[in-house]
Design a binder for this molecule. Structure first.
Ligand code: NAP
Length: 501
């Protein structure tokens, strides 16, 4: 089934060297290490493909997106089985993620056909206007050119080879070059095989999609700096995203870098809700915190509440539920090590553990729960950052005013959550305007894990949640990232882009 090769401009390409995959279960496979020369071939083919694909009809692009979804369905369980082996994520989770991946391809296909996403505008000519007449003017969003995509280890399907960034760029009319994630190269290759079948079925230009496997950081760095690459969609860590963002900004021609990075996704548990529902909230939080071994970008890592008997009840309920969670497998050895380091850093800072599990070995992980006073949190910026994994931190405030003060000190977040009951409205009126400036998505009385793919979703937020706070990487609005507005002034109708129809 696996060639272990790159898929570049319609051809399977061997490398000079190989790297071994490191699956959680099953046997390892060898994959070609990416080379800078592969980047050059893929980028040139993508630029050539753009001359056709960038001017294709919305109907043709929609048919292509549907075909990719159909071909992923054909490979079906082969893809999810490989994903399960490589990531250690449960079967049900990856089956759901496969459905989400094909669902978002089909949703984007439906949305582009209507053309609404193009925000088409028209100013009629005013030939008799004095002192100067005005010609007719049209505005429409145009695709920007080849897009580089980097997926994350924790979403081997929905944020990877044919994931949200790829679907959005292809929907917009942009060819895509994926830098494969070294944590799931086999899953990436199988999805590339599905895309290859769709390219053939829809007679698309060969350079419309390429996958260059990892194993070499120079590949990603060369890709974001290639002159033919006009934007980057990235999902991953703050360190990796920032390094590539800086390269994009330093190019002779800087390009947009849409990085979706990490977040601690704070929850504010308001006094009435805490009094009325401490047990339920503690248990619910534990469930959200340990979903997928806590390896979700929307994992609610911090819960802020008043320091009183009600919060003690919630902490107790959370701790009891967390202590029943069995050992889970983390995505990579590196992520498991980083989780253990994050827990150890809490110990070293003298933060009080409520539930401190034994350090596990290899890729296994157990949840940990700590509490800290709001003042200590405010004084210690290292506590403001994401620890990727099932680690919860309760921040205990002296007053609602201190909760509001803490909100002002938050970095940019993907999500902020408020748990509230009727008596909490006055306090929430102070909190919401602050949280609105901090996060892409605000939610009440729920948990942020589980991101809908629809027309209203915003999955982004001020830095460091993302590198571009005006954008989302999930939902139909994500297509907008790979378009730019062009005004056509006095251009004869026959020469205007087809998308204006
Ligand atoms: P990662 O280590 O940053 O890797 C992401 C991709 O970037 C990989 O292809 C990786 O290459 C590449 N990369 C990283 N650093 C690089 C560098 N310095 N130069 C060139 N390429 C580089 O992230 P991850 O561990 O896969 O994902 C986990 C993180 O993603 C967590 O922090 C999580 O919160 C975040 N995440 C965010 C979202 C969101 O939507 N905001 C969604 C999911 C996950 P290799 O293959 O060589 O490692």
């Amino acid at each position: 089934m696996l060639t272990g090769q790159h898929f570049i401009a319609g051809k399977w390409v061997k490398g000079d060297a190989t790297f071994s995959s490191s699956p959680a279960t099953g046997s390892a496979h060898e994959f070609a290490v990416g080379r800078v020369a592969d980047v050059n071939v893929a980028a040139e083919a993508a630029e050539a493909a753009f001359e056709i694909y960038g001017y294709s009809s919305r109907e043709d692009r929609a048919a292509f997106l549907h075909a990719i979804a159909d071909e992923i369905d054909v490979l079906g369980d082969q893809i999810t089985d490989m994903g399960v082996q490589e990531t250690g994520l449960p079967v049900a989770r990856l089956q759901g993620e496969r459905g989400r991946t094909t669902g978002q391809l089909r949703l984007f296909a439906e949305r582009i056909v209507s053309g609404e996403y193009l925000d088409r505008r028209f100013d009629e000519a005013l030939p008799d206007r004095a002192p100067l007449p005005r010609p007719d003017m049209y505005m429409v969003q145009r695709p920007i050119g080849p897009v580089a995509v980097f997926g994350a280890s924790n979403f081997p399907l929905a944020f990877s080879t044919a994931g949200g960034d790829t679907a959005a760029a292809l929907a917009a009319g942009c060819p895509v070059i994926v830098k494969g994630h070294s944590a799931h190269p086999g899953t990436g290759e199988l999805v590339a095989q599905a895309i290859e079948a769709a390219i053939k079925r829809c007679n698309m230009p060969a350079g419309v999609f390429s996958l260059i496997q990892g194993g070499n950081r120079q590949v990603g760095q060369a890709l974001v700096q290639h002159p033919f690459v006009k934007a980057v969609g990235f999902t991953g860590s703050l360190a990796g995203g920032r390094a590539l963002f800086d390269l994009c900004a330093a190019r002779p021609e800087p390009i947009p870098f849409f990085g979706e990075l990490g977040s601690v996704n704070p929850m504010f548990v308001m006094p009435e809700a805490l009094k009325n529902r401490a047990q339920e909230l503690g248990k619910g939080w534990a469930g959200s915190l340990t979903m997928g071994a806590g390896q979700f970008c929307t994992n609610p890592g911090i819960a802020v509440m008043l320091d009183n008997a009600d919060s003690r009840a919630m902490i107790e309920a959370a701790s009891a539920a967390l202590s029943e969670v069995p050992v889970q497998t983390m995505l990579t050895d590196g992520i498991a090590d980083a989780y253990r380091s994050g827990v150890a850093a809490m110990d070293e800072s003298g933060i009080k553990p409520v539930l401190r599990t034994e350090d596990s070995r290899g890729r296994s992980a157990l949840p940990n729960l700590f509490t800290v006073s709001a003042q200590t949190w405010l004084d210690n910026p290292t506590l403001h950052h994401e620890v990727f994994g099932p680690l919860g931190l309760v921040v205990l405030a002296d007053s609602v005013e201190q909760m509001v003060k803490l909100a002002r000190h938050l970095e940019g977040q993907l999500t902020c959550t408020i748990h509230l009951d009727d008596g909490d409205y006055a306090a929430c009126q102070k909190l919401l305007p602050i949280l609105e400036r901090k996060a892409g998505r605000l939610l009440a009385n729920g948990f942020p894990t589980g991101v809908e793919v629809n027309d209203t979703m915003v999955h982004g937020g001020p830095y460091p949640a993302s590198t571009n706070f005006g954008a989302t990487s999930v939902g139909t609005l994500s297509i907008r990232r790979f378009l730019r507005p062009v005004c056509y002034q006095n251009i004869p109708k026959a020469l205007l882009p087809k998308d204006l129809d």
